[in-house]
Design a binder for this molecule. Structure first.
Ligand code: PMV
Length: 331
């Protein structure tokens, strides 16, 4: 019998055009700067939460296997925020499934914590506004705040728990952008983003990056409204380069790029400048290159990547919806 305290939610991964790197407050995950991203329709996490009085701790499985203790603890801390908010003492059994295989080098924390937040709240029979859900998801993983609303999403950095949340900047139908992801390495990153955020301030470049982020955010928003790909591409690439410059000059330094990442970045830029291909690159805390392009140029971008190396695995995704309730883990 399906219990009353049960719900299943789905949330999509996202790729940031203006990046979040470093916090004003690590515990609350209050970002140093506002950011903007696109939800990825074809990459998602589906999570079932069932609250119960009959278990004495939270239980987590990921992709139908018992999760390791560090993942379980992180999920349990997030569930504690939900327990505290609604004054409940139940524990939860959580089953989480990613439609992109684990270890593809595609970060799952944004989609995972967004789905966990929505399913956890819904399973208690409670409801929260999109803004509140986004702020709560942020506590699990900053970028998860951007996987709650639909389409192209802006996370307002804010100054407090309540004022740091994301909302839709524009629906994805406004501009048919595609993310062609070049998967260079499937190895787990040595330094994850949670640890990386805490060292961002050790780079002398971080304050410059943060101070200039508001202007880049305005430029990207302007480019999106006008569908001005040239402006969009220049700012998105500059913002990614700046974040990686901060990473590389932090103590200890973080080097996420591989030789192939750089080769792809140069090729993408050359093709845009010399052959008018509407594509630009952006990289998160890993070596995989997200090539953002207009739909009409996606096939050409895929063949470019295949020409660079036959070993590069490719995933593509268009812009997607926000977190929502579904009826089954497999639908
Ligand atoms: O949400 P986190 O802690 O996984 O941080 C995400 C950081 C980046 O992916 C590098 C940038 C971003 O804005 O998504």
């Amino acid at each position: 019998m399906v219990s009353k305290y049960n719900a299943i939610a789905r949330a999509h991964s996202n790729i940031a055009f203006i990046k979040y790197w470093g916090n004003k407050n690590d515990e609350l995950r209050l970002a140093a700067n506002s950011s903007i991203s696109m939800n990825l329709k074809d990459l998602y996490t589906t999570t079932q939460v069932e609250w119960s009085d009959n278990i004495s701790d939270d239980v987590l499985s990921i992709n139908r296997k018992q999760a390791d203790e560090s993942a379980r603890k992180r999920v349990s801390s997030h569930l504690q925020l939900i327990r505290d908010r609604f004054n409940v003492s139940k524990f939860a059994t959580v089953n989480s499934i990613n439609n992109f295989p684990m270890g593809t080098g595609i970060a799952s924390s944004a989609s995972s914590f967004a789905a966990l937040t929505l399913a956890g709240v819904e399973a208690l029979g409670e409801s929260m506004s999109e803004k509140e859900l986004s702020a709560l998801a942020r506590r699990g993983s900053g970028s998860a705040s951007r996987s709650i609303p639909a389409g192209i999403v802006e996370w307002h950095a804010g100054d407090t728990d309540e004022t740091s949340y994301a909302d839709t900047f524009t629906q994805s139908s406004h501009w048919d952008l595609v993310d062609v992801i070049a998967i260079i390495s499937k190895h787990h990153k040595r330094t994850g983003s949670s640890a990386g955020h805490t060292t961002a301030g050790t780079s002398v470049l971080q304050s410059v990056r943060v101070e200039s982020a508001a202007k880049r955010l305005e430029d990207v928003k302007d480019a999106i409204v006008k569908k001005d790909f040239e402006l969009f591409a220049d700012v998105v690439e500059e913002d990614s380069n700046l974040m990686h410059a901060v990473m590389m000059t932090s103590r200890p330094p973080l080097f996420y790029w591989e030789a192939t990442s750089l080769e792809i970045m140069k090729t993408i830029r050359d093709e845009r400048i010399n052959n008018r291909l509407q594509v630009c690159y952006t990289l998160d805390a890993g070596p995989n290159v997200h090539c953002i392009c207009i739909r009409e140029h996606a096939e050409q971008v895929i063949s470019l990547l295949q020409d660079i190396s036959s070993h590069i695995e490719i995933r593509t995704s268009s812009a997607g919806e926000g977190a929502h309730i579904v009826q089954s883990l497999n639908e």
